[in-house]
Write a protein that binds this ligand. Sequence first.
Ligand code: FES
Ligand code: FES
Length: 227
Amino acid sequence: MDGIAPYDPTTQYTSEPAIKEIGPEGHDIPLWKPVNMSRRAFLRGVVCSGTVIAGSAFLFSTATKARADERAVERMIRLTVNGRTHTVDVAPNETLAHTIRYRLGLTGTKIGCNHTECGACTVMAEGTTIYSCSTLTHRVRDKEITTVEGIAAPDGTLHPVQQAFIEELAPQCGFCTPGQVVSAVALLQKNPKPTVDEARLAMSGNLCRCGAYDHYLRGVMKAAERV
Ligand code: FES
Ligand code: FES
């Protein structure tokens, strides 16, 4: 190892700016350097911009507080989930997934990505599938919400979709299954005899990290023969 110094990446940096501008005389002008500006004028600009920023922060904070006060009165809302109406305290920025799981205790609805990408949080609002992780509860306060807990019959008899998923061994880890069930039921309510392509499209918003897509698809088609 004699004679070889350890690699030091900091020695690769130069004192030159990464981006330059060519001045009229043909010399490089670093972009961050105020051109034709005295030190006094530069400092005056800094002070003035600081005043503007501080002033706008005050204005925005006042407006935000006023809006928060206005919305605070709306927190107690009535929410109908699986045929039962609840009076529930919901924050203005609260998602439906949060309300369902942590206020109503319906933990069948899962939160995977929490970002409108995986479909684990799928529920129905008036028969239409929505991602509850990205839906504000206040937006659906007047709608009938159905979660996976509301799919089976009141006596516990499984929905044909649930039964078919079991028979087709669709659930592997099971994390995506509630969302898959809700999407499949919503499809069959609107289109009881879908083609395979229609079923695949309807289920395309539900990701399965176990890769059991064919199992779920076969389950949907089997359930379609029974509804
Ligand atoms: S948790 Fe809602 S889409 Fe993934
Ligand atoms: S069964 Fe595991 S994520 Fe779908």
